[in-house]
Write a protein that binds this ligand. Structure first.
Ligand code: IVH
Length: 714
């Protein structure tokens, strides 16, 4: 074999391995090769293609990162128009009844005919996209545009890793015929389904941005802005961020914006659907889409008659806040493709589908004031006080403006009419101002030069976005926050020590420092306003109880900057005793997993302060204790020998974090579920792995269960 042929078959094998790995990672959530290995194969392919440019096929994974800046987008005429769906204003579940009745009337069904079969899906809040595959290879991606003509955004869409560049089961391209298996990952790909892939296949679906990706992107943008980057900007909501990324002229920038995709319909299919895989129902279409490698939402369901649709509406509404992405309603579709054809279209909307919106997650309200609040570590946060507004399921009266830069960039002023957004359990945000409604002469917001609580100087350090009060524990706001944190459930867990009581204790000078809490007697407590004897005794009991704690909780409770619960746990495990933590220098601290130089410095600085050491000593003297010498993770390893599998999105832990926690406890984290799996940790949108676990009878737990296990409580 000459070297040219060698290069060609090697490139083919690499492409197959990389495409397979991307599918496992991004769509199935089940990576089988480590990231570093993926990177290595990727670089090898890049190098090969650089030397032999003709090997760079359109479906090459290297095309996912665009290098060329587009000059506007070329128009694309949709062979099958991209329709919209009739959207009902009725936001109640009962709205399904009218749709079902209409469909039955139009089909002239007798009143006693059995319930119709529907498919109910989330209405994803992103932007519609049409993906054209020819012989199984992605050749074009187009936006909806006006429904007839969209824009060619292929370059940018190629950067979305969830979108297959080549369909699963498609025959390899001409020049890849001599594909050889690539050890150790195996070439994979052809599962013999190639025949069922229509030569021309348009897949339609929604490009969207996950909420966590959106938050991370905005956070990244805020940091860039704080560092003086003039082109950086934050986005109003995930939908806008997704639309902006898709229409980014520079594909390299588009590639930095994490997008996701759900497939939910077909466009052009030749030969026509009847000649293709022979679907009779929309549900089968969704099944094929999944088999070809597209993400299809696990939330979509088959539903019988209006009652089935109503149940779906209610169930999904209850889940909405916890989903990892925004939805703005539900879509109901008649399942039978034959009935869909019978029903046909009115103007540009199909009679066989309808959308019902959920109550919006964005609302208008007015800004009554802008307060500046002082946090535990002295951070000053401007907060917009709003006329109460019901949005995203709760009444919102406050919205953070983050910092001065952000407040000024949004240019929120007192009296302004603003758009407030609350989606998921994300804190409410002011996302925009209606400038034409601004009261003339309203002054621009600026950060006070002094702490509004203690009057100490407020400073902003070089390179930081936040102003801080320099008063430290002299500042009563910081003292109050420190006490509340100390007493919080995951710290010392002092039941009954809430905000109102802390206000009273600090304002009345009963408590100045943390150890003062343990010096309070029944008499001084019972003497407080609105404090019944019973509550005073309960608090004394709770304080007493809190003295038996763990080193992790105690370290976390101290409120050292940058030391969250996870870091506290790592410190406790690594050092075993408080004295060892207090004595550690920066280098020793930095040896703890996940403790970087900034965190190490912060811990060192904290324990270098004589008054902090004094507080620690007084707390110990008050009787706070924990089992000394907590064994290190290496010694304890409560999950040693156990194999775990992660699937879906956990409410607060990222996949990497969950994996790291499990591994620190000695567990092995595998990519797929088998009989050897001890436990599956499942979050939202968990897919086939969850089904597999149920099938094999493998125990399934959620994030709370995982935490309990790790805390040794499970
Ligand atoms: S089906 C002929 N399914 O809603 C029906 N559309 O007004 C074709 N959308 O522009 C669309 N989620 O962007 C369908 N599960 C879903 C959807 C969905 C969101 C959007 C889509 C389209 C609009 C229809």
């Amino acid at each position: 074999m000459n070297s040219e042929a060698d290069a060609s078959s090697r490139a083919a094998a690499l492409r197959a391995a990389l495409n397979r790995a991307a599918h496992q990672y991004y769509t199935l959530d089940a990576p089988e090769i480590p990231d570093a290995e993926y990177d290595r194969l990727f670089r090898e392919l890049q190098a090969l293609e650089a030397v032999h440019p003709h090997l760079a096929t359109p479906d090459s994974p290297t095309r996912r990162v665009g290098g060329r800046v587009l000059e506007g987008f070329a128009p694309v005429r949709h062979q099958v128009p991209m329709l919209s769906i009739r959207t009902e204003t009725d936001t109640t579940p009962a709205g399904a009844q009218a749709f079902d009745a209409r469909v039955r009337r139009e089909l002239k069904l007798p009143a006693d005919a059995p319930p119709l079969a529907y498919v109910a899906e989330p209405k994803f809040d992103g932007l519609a996209m049409s993906l054209r595959y020819e012989h199984g290879v992605l050749v074009q991606a187009a936006t909806r545009g006006d429904g007839e003509t969209g824009e060619d955004v292929t370059q940018n869409i190629r950067t979305i890793r969830q979108i297959p560049l080549r369909l699963q089961g498609a025959e390899p391209q001409e020049q890849e015929k001599d594909e050889r298996p690539l050890p150790p990952a195996g070439a994979g790909g052809g599962e013999g389904r190639g025949a069922s892939i229509p030569p021309v296949l348009e897949v339609r679906g929604e490009v969207y941005m996950r909420r966590d990706d959106f938050e991370a992107l905005n956070e990244h943008m805020r940091q860039r802005m704080a560092a003086g980057d003039k082109v950086a900007k934050t986005f109003v909501n995930p939908r806008n961020a997704a639309a902006g990324a898709v229409r980014q002229l520079d594909p390299a920038i588009a590639a930095e914006r994490p997008l996701s995709f759900f497939a939910y319909a077909l466009g052009e299919v030749t030969p026509a659907a009847e000649g293709g895989p022979g679907w009779v129902s929309h549900w089968q279409v969704l099944h094929s889409l999944r088999e070809w490698g597209f993400p299809v939402s696990a939330l979509s369901r088959q539903a019988q008659g209006a009652p089935g649709l109503i149940a779906f509406h209610e169930d999904l509404a209850a889940e909405r806040d916890r989903l990892p992405f925004d939805i703005d309603g539900v879509v109901y579709k008649v399942d039978s493709l034959a009935l869909q054809r019978d029903l046909g279209f009115v103007t540009r909307e199909p009679r066989w589908a309808v959308a019902h919106k959920y109550p919006p997650q964005e609302q208008l309200t007015t800004v009554e004031a802008i307060d500046v609040q002082v946090g535990r570590t002295g951070k000053l946060t401007p907060v917009a006080k709003l006329a109460p507004v019901f949005v995203g399921g709760v009444t919102v009266t406050n919205a953070t403006l983050h910092n001065e830069l952000e407040a000024r960039r949004k240019d929120v002023r007192v009296g302004d009419t603003v758009i407030v957004r609350r989606a998921g359990d994300v804190i409410p945000e002011v996302v925009g101002v209606l400038l034409d409604k601004r009261v003339p002469g309203a002054p621009e917001f600026s950060m006070p030069a002094h702490c509004p609580v203690c009057g100490s100087a407020a400073v902003r350090e070089e390179g930081e976005a936040d102003h801080r009060c320099t008063g430290g524990l002299f500042c009563s706001a910081q003292r109050k926050q420190a006490l509340l944190h100390f007493a919080s459930r995951r710290a010392m867990d002092i039941e009954g020590l809430g905000e109102k009581l802390v206000d009273q204790l600090v304002d009345g000078k009963v408590v100045n420092t943390l150890p003062d809490l343990y010096r309070m007697g029944f008499v001084s407590l019972a003497a407080l306003d609105r404090m019944a004897d019973k509550s005073a005794q309960n608090l004394i009991d709770a304080l007493q109880k809190s003295k038996h704690t763990t080193l992790t909780r105690f370290l976390f409770a101290l409120g050292i900057r940058h030391v969250g619960e996870a870091t506290a746990k790592d410190l406790a495990r690594h050092f075993g005793t408080l004295d060892a933590v207090m004595a550690a220098d920066v280098d020793q601290l930095a040896q703890v997993p996940d403790v970087g130089p900034v965190v190490a410095e912060s811990i060192r600085t904290f324990f270098a302060q004589p008054h902090n050491r004094e507080v620690v000593e007084q707390l110990r003297a008050a009787g706070i204790s924990w089992p000394e010498g907590e064994p290190s993770a290496a010694a304890r390893q409560p999950l040693a020998g156990k194999t775990f599998v992660l699937t879906g999105t956990l409410p607060s832990l990222s996949r990497d974090e969950a994996k790291a926690l499990l591994e620190a406890a000695g567990a092995k984290v595998a990519g797929s579920v088998s009989k050897k799996t001890h436990c599956v940790v499942a979050g939202a949108e968990a897919g086939s792995k969850l089904d597999k676990a149920h099938e094999l009878g493998v125990p399934v737990i959620d994030e709370a269960g995982l935490r309990a296990l790790l805390d040794g409580e499970g």
